[in-house]
Design a protein. Sequence first.
Length: 111
Amino acid sequence: MGLYSLWPRLFPRFTPVQEQGLAASPLVPPSSFTAPLPDAAHLSSPSGPPSAHPVSLNQATLEELDTLPGIGPALARRIIEGRPYSSVDDLLRVRGIGEHTLERLRPLVTP
């Protein structure tokens, strides 16, 4: 018995539901369509909000480095293992950091 012969049993014929409109739905109150959007100020990237002051590559903890965009725990560990840094450009010797990542991090870090 092939898939073709099972098809009608696996996926019964679709029957459209009578169209009611969103506002008439008992599950969604009409007021939810006019609610204001949440303020984006409290939203942040998964690794945390960017800090107001630059992060020192030579003194930052793993948690501080993890708050930088595109830097996770593994890359933060590699940055710490590559210390000391005399310039921000020295980040290029860390495996996983290329030109694009360096340019994104440049305004956020100091040696």
